[in-house]
Design a protein around this ligand. Structure first.
Ligand code: ZN
Length: 178
């Protein structure tokens, strides 16, 4: 049974560390410990579209990216090429609650990584998925979206009973929480 893990929030120092490469031994341990399933469960519980291992205090280069409805695990992800064209859109982050910001990102990227079994994968990503990939890889390097944002805005705190309505509204306006 996957566990929903507590998400670290800014300014926790662990969000600012560079995460370490995952070798075969670490990959086997992460799998045995159910870390990938825990990350996916945590992302879903928080209504996110992506999550990176350091957000739950695990300093390994692992990200989860929601690709449509499918959560994908990428280990040691790297961007090997990116489009010259950029796009500016709204982002939020589970680790920076109550803040949204406009961030310019490459519109398309090529991602090289390993899957949860350690097999090499290469994918071309565009639009929302490309944005999620760039945001999550930043987490592995200790970078938060507020470092890159052109402009940020604070959201008013929500009462618990307003939260669901706000979450569905955010989905409709395609605000992105990563
Ligand atoms: Zn984030």
């Amino acid at each position: 049974m996957a566990r929903v893990l507590p998400v670290l929030t800014n300014p926790d120092r662990r969000l600012r560390a560079r995460s370490t490469e995952v070798d075969a031994t670490t990959l086997a341990r992460l799998r045995a410990d159910g870390v990938f399933d825990d990350l996916i469960a945590t992302m879903r519980a928080e209504d996110g579209v992506g999550i990176a291992a350091p957000q739950v205090g695990i300093g390994s280069r692992v990200i989860i990216v929601l690709d449509g409805k499918t959560p994908r695990v990428f280990v040691n992800p790297e961007i090997t090429s990116r489009s010259l064209r950029t796009a500016v859109d709204t982002e939020g982050c589970l680790s920076v609650p109550g803040v949204v910001g406009l961030v310019s990102r490459s519109r398309a990227v090529t991602l090289r990584a390993q899957d949860a079994q350690g097999r090499p994968v290469e994918r071309k990503c565009r639009d929302l998925v490309a944005r999620i990939v760039q945001h999550e890889i930043d987490h592995l390097d200790g970078i938060l979206f507020i470092d890159r944002a052109i402009r940020t805005a604070e959201l008013p705190p929500l009462e618990e009973n307003e939260r669901n309505a706000a979450a569905s509204k955010a989905r409709k306006s395609e605000d992105v929480v990563l």
